[in-house]
Design a protein around this ligand. Structure first.
Ligand code: ADP
Ligand code: GN1
Ligand code: MG
Length: 359
């Protein structure tokens, strides 16, 4: 194990000889996560990816601000504040992270629950949808102006589109010739990418505190019941839109398969999964959504899927500098998968809207 991790752990008062079972954990695409045990208590240490998160102090201020706010609500509702949300551990000198020549590291309590990448049964997603809906509910009155904007324009799809156009023009990694079909499809979407941003501008879509990274593996599930326990990976909590969270969640959990399956015949929106998630989600947020938000829900799923596709494609063209990859074509495989999915969603928009209306 990297000696730097032990040095960072020492800043928390954890001596190397007391640290047991230290091993990499989880499969996020951004941070490096390790689980370890000290005196019978399990923790996670994360090395924060500072190429992505340029201000880890601001990020951790958000993390602590949001989790302390959530804990108050959880306690008031009779929940468990150390299981129903994350808990950051402070360093010996009272800081929320270690940030020095070793890198940026945080430690939090390990929650004894699991995360999955594909739901085996559609019904499991009802509780996941409710978990995300509840998260939005609990943060509805959070003072948004105190949140540091961790990654500006994170879900500004027109900006993401500009980044793709720049990557096409620059062709840094010399891969443009191999992605002609993907680029052709992406360009056909140009005039549809501003739906949410336009809503912010004309006031029909409210700016809300949102999570912004609502992948299925960013929610912990009870090991036995598969009920949603809590929403994790709070790095991107920022002012945004509920449409981002709903759309991104279904981009990932609504897919019949994982986001990097190269077999495109398996990639499609599983309508049962969509319906189960939406039902759970609606049970929590139905009364707070505006008419325009409800109207845009189906398209938000397509938009977030397309956006993720162009982010993978952009990273492929730029030489794989953002997302973790395990093989050279990994980002391209992901982009193709997301594009197949967004096209499939496009063909189901009416059916999705009818289902939402039925709720
Ligand atoms: P990334 O930004 O790289 O996705 P995450 O914060 O999502 O990092 O963590 C990666 C994985 O580690 C999660 O998908 C989840 O499986 C697991 N995980 C994260 N935090 C906890 C926690 N407090 N308790 C248990 N598991 C966790
Ligand atoms: C990243 O951090 P992780 O693995 O939960 C990314 C998301 C993408 C996702 C695609 C900060 O999520 O925006 O949708 O990969 N997070 C960041 O799998 O860029
Ligand atoms: Mg994650």
């Amino acid at each position: 194990m990297d000696e730097k991790i032990y040095l960072a752990l020492a800043e928390y008062g954890f001596k190397k000889e007391d640290v047991k079972e230290l091993a990499p954990y989880g499969d996020g695409l951004i941070n490096n996560t390790y689980r370890f045990v000290v005196n019978g208590t399990a923790y996670l240490m994360q090395k924060i990816n500072t190429a992505v998160f340029k201000n880890p102090e601001g990020l951790m201020d958000n993390f602590v601000g949001v989790t302390e706010y959530l804990k108050k609500i959880i306690i008031a509702n009779g929940g468990n504040p150390e299981r129903d949300t994350l808990t950051a551990i402070k360093t010996l000198d009272g800081k929320n992270l270690v940030n020095n020549e070793l890198g940026a590291y945080r430690v939090m309590l390990f929650i004894d629950a699991i995360s999955i990448n594909v739901a085996e049964r559609a019904e499991q997603l009802c509780s996941v949808g409710a978990c995300f809906g509840k998260f939005q509910n609990m943060l509805a009155d959070y003072p948004a102006d105190t949140l540091f904007e961790v990654i500006p324009d994170f879900h500004n799809t027109p900006k993401r589109f500009e980044n793709l156009e720049k990557a096409i023009k620059e062709n840094i990694a010399g891969r443009l010739d191999s992605v002609a079909a993907e680029v052709e499809y992406a360009l056909t979407m140009k005039n549809r990418v501003s739906a949410v941003i336009d809503g912010f501008r004309d006031g029909s879509v409210p700016l809300r505190v949102s999570h912004n990274d609502t992948k299925l593996n960013n929610v912990l599930l009870d090991k036995e019941t598969y009920e949603g326990v809590c929403v994790i990976d709070l790095d991107t909590v920022m002012p945004g839109s509920y449409l981002y969270d709903y759309g991104d969640a279904l981009r990932f959990a609504g897919n019949n398969t994982i986001e990097d399956n190269p077999d495109l015949s398996q990639v499609y929106l599983d309508f049962e999964k969509f319906a189960a998630f939406t039902k759970g989600y609606f049970s929590e947020v139905k009364s707070v959504l505006t008419e325009r938000e409800i109207e845009l829900l189906p398209f938000a799923v397509e938009l977030m899927t397309f956006e993720c596709g162009i982010r993978f494609l952009t990273d492929y063209l730029n030489g794989d500098t953002y997302f973790k990859t395990r093989y050279p074509e990994h980002n391209l495989v992901r982009a193709r998968n997301q594009f197949k999915l967004s096209q499939d969603i496009d063909s189901k928009l009416d059916k999705m809207a009818s289902f939402i209306a039925s709720l």
